[in-house]
Design a binder for this molecule. Structure first.
Ligand code: GRF
Length: 201
């Protein structure tokens, strides 16, 4: 299966995915890294793995539709089957959802439906929960609302700082995301999502 990874920033999840692909633990072909930020660090990581990149931002277009059409054109040129979001900080619009129905997966750093949005880790930390985690889900038109595929729990320790919690959450993401992608994209186990909220931790 040909996969495009979408990322906006650092790209540590991209790196974890590429390591799993290199180790043959994740059977999929990453044919494109797309970023909506021309200067994002993830583009350097893509170069390291010799993954073709495309980078442009919605600001460069007259409308969101025009931006999404440009994204779609690049995906179709590369015959992409699946989109994997790895820190892509934008809502996916109708055009892409229609072109890739149930073929877009996202990772979010909280136990959804708790703490959706841009600051999942901070919001959970500030709420004082004793447990948070990560969620992998199919993408729909909402913000972090699509059907949940898998969740991994992370305990909040009494001496945690936001930074130490972030570190453990990212570690959990890097373990869980490649495993789940292997089930769904690698093995083609498409109903992996529907049965239950699997906890693979
Ligand atoms: C991750 O925490 C992911 O869950 C969220 O954005 C962050 C991206 O981190 N959607 P990175 O760019 O993969 O390091």
């Amino acid at each position: 299966m040909k996969v495009a990874i979408f990322a906006s920033g650092n790209g540590s999840n991209f790196e974890a995915i590429m390591q799993a692909v290199a180790a043959k633990e994740l059977e999929m072909e990453v044919v494109l890294l797309f970023s909506d930020q021309r200067e994002s660090y993830v583009l350097n990581r893509a170069k390291k793995y010799q993954i073709p990149t495309a980078a442009f931002s919605p600001k460069e277009f007259d409308s969101r539709q025009a931006y999404e059409q440009a994204v779609l054109d690049v995906l179709q040129e590369n015959q992409v089957d699946w989109i994997v979001l790895a820190g892509y900080m934008r809502i996916i619009g109708k055009k892409l959802l229609k072109a890739y129905p149930n073929r877009i997966i996202n990772i979010h750093p909280s136990l959804l439906p708790a703490f959706p949005g841009l600051h999942g880790i901070k919001d959970a930390f500030e709420a004082g929960v004793s447990q948070t985690g990560v969620t992998i889900h199919f993408v729909d038109a909402g913000v972090d609302t699509g059907p949940i595929i898998a969740q991994g729990k992370v305990s909040v320790h009494s001496d945690d700082t936001l930074e130490s919690l972030e570190e453990r959450i990212h570690k959990k993401e890097h373990e869980l995301y490649p495993k789940v992608l292997q089930q769904i994209i690698g093995k083609g186990n498409l109903d992996f999502k529907i049965k239950e909220n699997r906890n693979l931790s």
